[in-house]
Design a protein around this ligand. Structure first.
Ligand SMILES: *Cc1c(COP(=O)(O)O)cnc(C)c1O
Length: 423
């Protein structure tokens, strides 16, 4: 019994050993990207001459905050963009994305999503669900959508045909979100951008980069995206950033986003960093490592659950562009059992039993497993999903591969205990 105090069926342990054997070539391939991205991040630190003065915080307006301003430049180097805005005052990924949409779009403009339905929390913001005051729709900004095809690929012809004179922004979601679909990799993002810019070079191409950062060698901004956004309690916070989000892209677009965060005129010049700078730097420094651990965990989970007879997406050997591993359980009970098992592998709140419930921003009931140091930091190790067809859980994150391995085995054990998994 390798799992020490954790009661795991020996047959599951055997399956885990087999899965680890089969993923070896994939892990080697991942490592090559990780080495590249570690160097990319280190280069950015050194080029901006990061020093310990930058860890000092400011108070009040936070004018001339050298640590904050330099961190913006470090992020801009990682993304190869003119500017970046990295702030603890950006409360989440949804907020970072909102800054970009509200920053750029004006009444009469159209937003075109070209990778199917946007992430759940953007529906109320755009105004396609609910009655939240202040949605884009209420401001006279229209919305149009092109779905992915049956194989999960962007439909380039339909995208070109959907562009109208009033199309101001095209939005691409890199990660699958809560959907049983492919994630959109950098090569596909590049192809979409070429099509869009060919029709109208003035269109702003925005990429929701949540969960995608540092998974491939290139970021969307290196293949023509004008603006990207994401959360610091996902990939780029490295499990260390206690809160925050970022925006990166063309200088004038990042400033428009900053004007929404604060106010026109003060934009990116204000925002006290208090004592958070070191954590944000250190999080970015560790981000390639943590992304690597999470990816290895996802690949293991894919191999294990496939061998147990569950449909998984992506397959363990597939090229990845995000951290998400979907596992189809096929029933609400399966989702609950999986999440309750994974929760037992958490350092925090391991004794609580996750149950489905409502969540701000989500239309369906959601179940979430994640006993994390930072509240809701799905990059630590989590599994969640809306209780709806096809009843999948989305597993992501992990600060160390070994913790993911254990958590995933506990999820499988829970399915076995409930009779949902038969060996
Ligand atoms: C997590 C996520 C978001 C929203 O981020 P929050 O930090 O939860 O607000 C948006 N888009 C995608 C694809 C995500 O994975």
């Amino acid at each position: 019994m390798q799992s020490f105090g954790f009661a795991i069926d020996p047959r599951l342990e055997d399956k885990a050993t087999e899965a680890e054997k089969s993923i070896k070539p994939v892990v080697a391939r991942l490592n090559e990207v990780l080495i590249y991205n570690h160097a990319k991040v280190l280069n950015a630190f050194q080029a901006e001459r990061v020093n310990d003065y930058h860890f000092n915080g400011t108070t009040g307006y936070g004018l001339s905050d050298q640590g904050r301003n330099t961190l913006d430049k470090v992020f801009a180097r990682v993304f190869k963009t003119e500017r970046a805005l990295v702030r603890s005052q950006i409360v989440s990924g949804t907020h970072a994305i909102a800054l970009c949409l509200y920053g750029v779009l004006r009444p009469g403009d159209e937003l075109l999503c070209v990778t199917g339905a946007p992430y759940d929390t953007l529906e109320e913001l755009i105004g396609i669900r609910g009655e939240a005051g202040g949605s884009l729709r209420e401001l006279g900004i229209t919305y149009c959508q092109v779905d992915l095809d049956a194989g999960g690929m962007p439909q380039l012809d339909k995208i070109a045909a959907a562009i109208k004179p009033q199309t101001k922004m095209v939005a691409i979601q890199r990660s699958r979100g809560y959907a049983w679909r492919n994630s959109v990799d950098i090569a596909q993002i590049k192809a979409i951008i070429e099509v869009v810019k060919n029709v109208n070079a003035q269109i702003v191409v925005f990429v929701d980069n949540c969960y995608g950062e540092l998974v491939e060698k290139l970021e969307p901004t290196e293949v023509g995206a004008d603006l990207v956004a994401g959360s610091l309690i996902k990939n780029l916070g490295g499990g260390i950033a206690p809160t925050g989000g970022y925006v990166a892209g063309l200088g004038h677009l990042v400033e428009l986003a900053a004007n929404r965060l604060t106010a026109p005129g003060i934009g990116s010049a204000v925002g006290a960093s208090l004592g958070i700078n070191r954590l944000l730097y250190q999080g970015l420094y560790l981000a390639p490592l943590v992304v690597g651990e999470a990816l290895r965990g996802a690949v293991f989970a894919a191999a294990l659950f496939a061998s147990l007879g569950f449909a998984v997406s992506p397959d363990y050997a597939a090229e990845r562009t995000d951290l998400i591993q979907a596992v189809k359980l096929g029933s609400p009970e399966g989702m609950v059992a999986f999440c309750q098992g994974l929760q037992r592998g958490s350092p925090i709140d391991a004794y609580v039993l996750p149950e489905p419930s409502g969540m701000p921003g989500y239309g369906d009931q959601v179940i979430m497993a994640g006993g994390t140091f930072i509240q809701g930091a799905t990059s630590e190790l989590s599994a969640d999903g809306p209780i709806r067809q096809p009843y999948c859980v989305y597993l992501q994150g992990g600060l160390s591969y070994q913790y993911v391995r254990l958590g995933v085995l506990l999820a499988a054990q829970s399915l076995l205990d409930k009779g949902i998994l038969k060996l």
